[in-house]
Design a protein around this ligand. Structure first.
Ligand SMILES: NC(=O)c1ccc[n+]([C@@H]2O[C@H](COP(=O)([O-])OP(=O)(O)OC[C@H]3O[C@@H](n4cnc5c(N)ncnc54)[C@H](O)[C@@H]3O)[C@@H](O)[C@H]2O)c1
Length: 257
């Protein structure tokens, strides 16, 4: 009998953004399920410190580097069983002070780079007989809570997952997205530096009164990547402590006051 309920022992799992906060939780979750980790991130000490079977350093804003990394990964390791497209970033917080170049960079890395990298791995996965893709989208794909260009990119990732689900379904490839709400990871460091109270204030907007933990996001990804989710494809799963369920302030302020 299998030691882990997830059926991923010995499976090859590619994780981008492996050196980040959610990346660390993803690696722990997949390693706990017995998977082999092929870790990807930008070149630098972050990735070098990550424990993995293999590491691939490239920038998702550099098309030639993406193509070369995908080629090397397939040549060295063969088709992966699971691809978790997790890398991402945002700096353009609101429409105030709109910066079209920064917006383009956010779309380039979060959407175009993610599509380019996962897209380069799909033919080999299809030829091998299938696999699973999980994209880290965001609640920003579902409702507007700031970061307009990032949100457009994250909404684009939902369309990308649906495209893979529909066009590669017959080849046995499933593709799903998780949509986390705020998670306290290094992605928040620059905001906390400017405003140390921001995390506590943010938590108050969530129906559960708290942020999601990186391990809770990773658990949802692990489930969607595993045979337990074998009939689920093209779906977007919020892991958001209820943020996308509705507006508690509205209910209280309008009906309960
Ligand atoms: N933390 C949150 O509040 C939150 C909420 C919703 C969705 N997400 C999404 O979850 C994913 C992981 O975020 P996190 O919180 O762990 O952030 P993080 O900043 O801790 O990690 C992000 C990782 O992505 C990598 N990355 C960034 N730009 C890259 C590039 N150009 N090329 C290659 N790698 C690059 C970084 O080096 C880093 O290791 C992201 O896609 C993020 O948008 C995060």
């Amino acid at each position: 009998m299998s030691a882990s309920p997830f059926g991923l022992e010995g499976r090859q799992v590619v994780v981008t953004g492996a050196a980040g906060g959610i990346g660390a939780a993803l690696l722990a979750a997949f390693r706990g399920a017995g998977a082999r980790i092929l870790a990807c991130d930008r070149p630098g000490p972050g990735l070098e410190d990550v424990e993995a079977e293999r590491r691939f350093a490239f920038d998702l804003g550099d098309p030639a580097a993406i193509d070369e990394a995908a080629r090397a990964l397939l040549a060295d390791c063969g088709a992966p069983d699971v691809v978790v497209s997790n890398a991402g970033f945002t700096r353009a917080e609101t429409l105030r002070g709109w910066d079209a170049d920064l917006a383009a960079r956010e779309i380039e890395v979060n959407l175009v780079g993610a599509m380019r990298f996962t897209g380069a791995l799909l033919p080999a996965m299809a030829a091998r007989g299938g696999g699973a893709v999980v994209c880290l989208s965001s609640v920003n794909a579902l409702l507007h809570v700031g970061n307009p260009a990032y949100s457009a990119a994250k909404a684009g990732l939902l369309a990308w997952c649906r495209a893979i689900a529909v066009e590669h379904g017959r080849a046995g490839i499933r593709a799903n997205a998780v949509c986390p709400g705020s998670v306290r990871t290094p992605a928040w460091d620059h905001r906390i530096e400017k405003d140390p109270g921001i995390v506590a204030r943010t938590a108050r907007f969530y129906p559960l009164g708290r942020l999601a933990e990186p391990a809770e996001v990773a658990a949802a990804v692990l489930f969607l990547a595993s045979p337990l989710a074998g009939a689920i494809t093209g779906a977007a799963l919020p892991v958001d402590c209820g943020l996308s369920a509705g507006n508690h302030g509205f209910v209280e302020g309008v009906l309960g006051g």
